[in-house]
Design a binder for this molecule. Structure first.
Ligand code: BV8
Length: 231
């Protein structure tokens, strides 16, 4: 049966009250990427970076999944084939909305990682500089997120899904960060039909067969109904 692969970005969580990166007043308007989303920035000022992620972890903990998150969970449940959700987001709203096996290619606020031994554990609400790793006790704990210049997670699994997708949908992403921004080309190479659902055209809109503009809480449930009704 047809496999659907869905890439999501910050725009799908915008209506849950979480800031996007590049919209007006977004996260990158408040902080320089180099300072808070690179390994060099973390080495230079770990307190600033922990503060940045502690604030986002607190906001994400208060946020509720919206109609777009739950519509994708419904698609996963009711579509006769596989529905793979790959998210660039580090919040857990897809899971809170009922989605399963979500691939967090840029990591997650819920995770902590030891930069010394690679051990992973559930992140506390607040992480502090020099926090010891529960496994090797080195003061090397960091948020388990993928910074610029670092390898996104599960890329081989993602490329395999893209090669076998019949439908590829990109939801709520500006298409400016790689390798995620190139997934549409992988999907096209595999013969998929491609659709973009976004508030405004993204950097990669011209590559898609179809672009559906509007807020995700309106466009995603309508798109899911069409797919399920159409079946
Ligand atoms: C890599 C961390 C090698 C977690 C993030 C030069 C030097 C060094 C590197 C590079 C370089 N040039 C290119 C690169 C690669 C670099 C890159 O792409 N840079 C860009 C800036 C040019 N990428 C990397 O370094 C990546 N690693 O390349 O490793 C490699 C290569 C190939 C294969 C394997 C390995 C690592 C990238 C990950 C960086 N980490 N975040 C965190 O803090 O969250 S990136 C950050 O941007 C988030 O992860 C976010 O998900 C991502 C993309 O942003 P969006 O989700 O798209 O959000 P944005 O605000 O941009 O857009 C929101 C969209 O939603 C808008 O279009 C808006 O219209 C829409 N919207 C708003 N409201 C709504 C809505 N849509 C619908 N409804 C609404 N209501």
């Amino acid at each position: 049966m047809e496999k659907i692969v869905i890439l999501t970005g910050a725009g799908i969580s915008a209506e849950s009250g979480l800031s996007t990166f590049r919209d007006e007043g977004g996260l990158w308007a408040q902080h320089r990427i180099e300072d808070v989303a690179t390994p060099e920035g973390f080495a230079r000022d770990p307190a600033l970076v922990h503060g940045f992620y502690n604030a986002r972890r607190a906001h994400a903990a208060q946020a509720k999944p919206n109609a777009a998150h739950s519509a994708l969970a419904r698609l996963q449940r009711d579509w006769p084939g596989d529905v793979i959700i790959v998210t660039q987001n580090v919040d857990s709203l897809h899971e809170a909305g009922g989605a399963e096996d979500v691939i967090h290619m840029h990591g997650s606020l819920a995770g902590a990682l030891c930069a010394a031994c690679g051990h992973r554990w559930a992140a506390p609400p607040e992480m502090a500089v020099g926090e010891p790793c529960p496994a090797c006790h080195a003061p090397a704990a960091r948020p388990d997120v993928v910074w610029f210049g670092e390898m996104p997670y599960q890329m081989d699994v993602i490329y395999d899904h893209l090669a076998n997708a019949r439908i590829f949908a990109s939801i709520g992403t500006s298409g400016q960060v790689y390798p995620a921004a190139a997934f549409v080309h992988e999907a096209i190479a595999g013969g998929a039909r491609t659709v973009e659902l976004n508030l405004e055209p993204s950097a990669g809109s011209s590559s898609f067969d179809e672009t559906i503009l509007g807020p995700a809480t309106e466009t995603v449930p309508r798109w899911v109904n069409k797919l399920l009704g159409q079946r």
